[in-house]
Design a protein around this ligand. Structure first.
Ligand SMILES: Nc1ncnc2c1ncn2[C@@H]1O[C@H](COP(=O)(O)OP(=O)(O)O)[C@@H](O)[C@H]1O
Ligand SMILES: [Mg+2]
Length: 362
């Protein structure tokens, strides 16, 4: 499925939130149902969960004092390694387990209220379906549970399967013959059956091959482009970085970072600049000015008549700051060369995660 970049007004990149000890502040007035654009539709305050098995003296702190908010129309990533408390958080938000402490406000209600259930969809980690059914029959079953008429189901199901990118040729095969990626896509279609405003996805790309993961990410982006909100849990930081607007990073049940992906990874600090059309004189000058560069191709002139600029057909400069980038670009322009490409390298979410956990003293 092609990835569309259409962004509606309600999903414009959220304004930069103040990140204060990892906790974002919001203007949400507690207890009031929210409406309008840029709304906060989910808010947790001090959410904590201690699992205490029967007869156990000490419990396991799975989530400790989580305060986050999710805005309408965004893809929000809840990330962290295995065991960091992501699924626990999701179960709390869905009302499947009870918090030990703290509060959850979703569309202005508690997680167990009936109006909330109607407006949300959920893809669990490793969804399981009756595998002698085909995808059409599975969705038909869930459609019936939500009380859709046969005509409504027949209208909705092909659209949903299109949206998640399940080929028509595969729709009438038994699920037991599906790849993991195809099962995940049926899971996503099932989570969307009631046309929810807010989707909760637990590890949607885990265990998929690169093509399956890509198809799933495209499907999630197209869900967002329809104006829906997505809360996605994943330990795959690269996948999260690619599609999420904002992320909360968990480590051992604690929030270690919260913000937009851009805020967390920061701007590029290291650049590669590819240029052509620079002759030997220009390169001597670049050397004298202390610019860092390398010739990419030194072609042997076939007839001995080739110009310097054609010989030095591609030069790669390196810049270690945005100031250096400016100097290199000015140099290329002044020397009559042409900038062919500029690549910026910034930190990855994984770098941010490792750094935050270290600075947290763990
Ligand atoms: N029902 C349970 N009873 C006891 N401990 C649990 C239970 N469920 C999860 N845990 C523990 O809580 C921690 C967080 O688990 P989980 O939320 O599943 O993490 P994640 O989804 O990030 O991998 C882990 O240490 C896990 O072993
Ligand atoms: Mg999990």
């Amino acid at each position: 499925m092609a990835q569309t970049k259409t962004v509606t007004a309600s999903v414009a990149p959220p304004a930069v939130e103040t990140v204060d000890n990892g906790v974002a502040r919001s203007g949400r007035v507690d207890g009031k149902p929210v409406s309008g654009e840029g709304d906060i539709i989910l808010q947790t305050r001090g959410l904590s969960k201690v699992y205490r098995p029967m007869f156990a003296k000490v419990g396991k702190v799975a989530l400790d004092d989580l305060t986050i908010d999710v805005k309408r129309g965004e893809i929000f990533g809840l990330v962290g390694p295995n065991g960091s408390g992501k699924t626990t958080t999701l179960k709390l938000l869905l009302g499947l387990i009870k918090p030990t402490k703290g509060s959850i406000d979703i569309f202005g209600y508690g997680p167990n209220s009936v109006p909330v259930k109607k407006r949300i969809g959920f893809l669990p980690d490793g969804p399981y379906f009756y595998d002698h059914l085909n995808s059409y029959e599975v969705l038909d079953f869930y459609g019936k549970l939500f009380g859709y008429s046969k005509a409504e189901r027949n209208a909705r199901i092909p659209n949903l399967l299109d949206m998640v990118g399940l080929n028509p040729a595969d729709r009438h095969r038994m699920i037991r013959t599906y790849s993991k990626g195809m099962v995940q896509r049926v899971g996503l279609a099932q989570a969307l059956i009631n046309d929810p405003e807010f989707l909760f996805l637990d590890e949607p790309t885990t265990g998929l091959d690169p093509i399956g993961a890509r198809a799933m990410k495209d499907a999630i982006l197209s869900v967002r482009d329809q104006g829906k909100t997505v809360l996605l849990c994943s330990h795959l930081l690269a996948d999260v970085q690619a599609i999420c607007d904002r992320v909360a990073i968990l480590s051992e049940g604690r929030l270690v970072k919260f913000g937009t992906v851009r805020e967390l990874v920061g701007p590029s600090q290291d650049f590669e600049i590819y240029a052509s059309g620079l002759g030997d004189v220009a390169l001597d000058k670049a050397r004298e000015s202390g610019l860092n560069f390398q010739l990419q191709s030194e072609m042997e002139p076939a007839d001995g008549l080739q110009s310097d600029a054609a010989k030095n057909s591609s030069v790669r400069f390196r810049a270690a700051s945005s100031e250096q980038l400016d100097s290199v670009l000015n140099f290329i322009r002044d020397a009559g060369g042409r900038t062919m490409d500029v690549k910026g390298h910034s930190e990855t979410l994984e770098d941010v995660f490792v750094r935050s956990v270290k600075s947290d003293g763990r």
